[in-house]
Design a protein around this ligand. Structure first.
Ligand SMILES: Cc1cc2nc3c(=O)[nH]c(=O)nc-3n(C[C@H](O)[C@H](O)[C@H](O)COP(=O)(O)OP(=O)(O)OC[C@H]3O[C@@H](n4cnc5c(N)ncnc54)[C@H](O)[C@@H]3O)c2cc1C
Length: 370
């Protein structure tokens, strides 16, 4: 039985971020990932002020954004923030290169079948091999949580990377949200991420439990391109499809001192927006720091922020208000940088109140009270 200080289960965004933070530490670590992880299975976007640790692998970044709903807001200044895009194959390669140069981390490609926790150790079972460790950092959800009694909805999306024959896009601004499309009793919007004048990712995101297959997204994307971009001849270079669970289910409560959930499995996805990548970067640093300093490793948003996310999620999923109206209201009253800072949970109390007053008050009060 191979023995380590830490076993990281899953080498996706969370597993790799934590592993990189622990590279060259005095902990012996093994990361078990079932796949090779060398493809573009994700495109991650996030906002950040100033320089970031992954700037050298960014696919593109923007200092201005567009927002469309009833009102049109183009070229909104981000006031020091940059909206950044990383393609997963670049991130995986960068992380693998770092980990493969360190002596304290073994990367193993295998599927974890079971995890058993004892008083003095955790055992991890893969096909034919058992690994033993002091602690497990687990980014895989093995048993679907019972979401009864919690607010939840799936953010599902499909996108095309397109290349146009002529110069069509302004690659200095990306479309953060475009709500001009019919809402069909849920929340849905497009985003357009131009990487140069002829190439862009055009993607629809829908908050609803009716997850679709690619042909349906294809129809919606084609209609959007024909209606709003009108690029003339273009070809589809690649397609992307995915889902993000948005829920206030308390994933962090499933952690124990030896078996710690991280990433989506640890509740690191912001339940009201589905954004996770930047939180994963930040929380990976906290987890690593706490592990190295023998502190409690589980990280979470504050009770207040979890409550605010729940209220917003409930207001939208119970149809007290549409996501379109929430974002329209916020973008018409507040700056993009205020909204980013609010979503980052970095505001002071009075600034949170100031931001809450920019959202539709009645439906939010109803969601908070009933
Ligand atoms: C398509 C897509 C696009 C997204 N875009 C954004 C975005 O733009 N911005 C943002 O902030 N967030 C985004 N997210 C949300 C979030 O950032 C990602 O889901 C992120 O990858 C979550 O990281 P994770 O490590 O928790 O999960 P993952 O990255 O999914 O990693 C989990 C890993 O565990 C492995 N695994 C699963 N089962 C086993 C097993 N039994 N044994 C061993 N390994 C196993 C998987 O192969 C996977 O590599 C996106 C999500 C998706 C799905």
């Amino acid at each position: 039985m191979k023995s380590y200080d830490i076993i990281i289960i899953g080498g996706g965004a969370a597993g790799l971020n934590v592993a990189m933070e622990l590279a060259n530490s005095n902990l012996s670590i093994c990361m078990i990932e079932k796949e090779e992880k060398n493809t573009d299975d994700r495109t991650w976007c996030f906002w950040e002020k100033g320089k970031g640790k992954f700037d050298h692998i960014l696919f593109h970044s923007w200092n201005k954004i567009n927002f469309y709903a009833k009102s049109v807001k183009e070229g909104l200044d981000l006031d020091g923030y940059t909206y950044k895009m990383i393609r997963s194959s670049d991130f995986y390669k960068y992380a693998h290169d770092i980990l493969d140069q360190t002596s304290n981390i073994d990367r193993i490609q295998s599927e974890v079948r079971d995890i058993k926790e004892y008083n003095d150790r955790v055992e991890v079972y893969t096909n034919g091999t058992v690994f033993k460790a002091d602690k497990v950092l687990n980014s895989v959800i093995f048993d679907k949580p019972d979401l009864n009694g919690y607010n939840h909805v799936i953010q599902h999306f499909g996108g095309w990377f397109i290349e146009t024959e002529n110069d069509v896009f302004n690659d200095e601004a990306c479309t953060f949200m475009d709500f001009r499309i019919p809402q069909k009793n849920d929340t849905r919007f497009f985003y357009v991420l131009p990487c140069n004048k002829r190439q862009a990712l055009v993607e629809i995101a829908v908050f609803s439990n009716a997850v679709q297959k690619m042909p349906t997204y294809d129809n919606w994307i084609k209609e959007y391109i024909d209606t709003y971009i009108k690029p003339g001849n273009y070809r589809i270079e690649e397609k992307e499809i995915g889902q993000i669970p948005m829920t206030d289910y308390p994933f962090h409560k499933e952690s124990s001192p030896r078996h710690i959930r991280i990433g989506t499995a640890g509740g690191w996805v912001k339940s009201s927006s589905g954004y996770a990548f930047k939180r994963i970067m930040e929380r990976a640093e906290i987890v690593a720091h706490n592990l190295l300093n023998n502190k409690n490793v589980t990280t979470n948003s504050t009770r207040f922020h979890r409550w605010m996310d729940s209220v917003m999620l409930k207001a939208i999923t119970q149809n007290y208000v549409s996501g379109k109206d929430v974002f329209e209201s916020m973008f018409s009253k507040r700056s993009a940088s205020d909204i980013f800072q609010f979503l980052d949970e970095k505001n002071s109390l009075w600034k949170n109140v100031y931001m809450m007053y920019s959202a539709p008050i009645l439906p939010f009060s109803k969601a908070a009270l009933f």
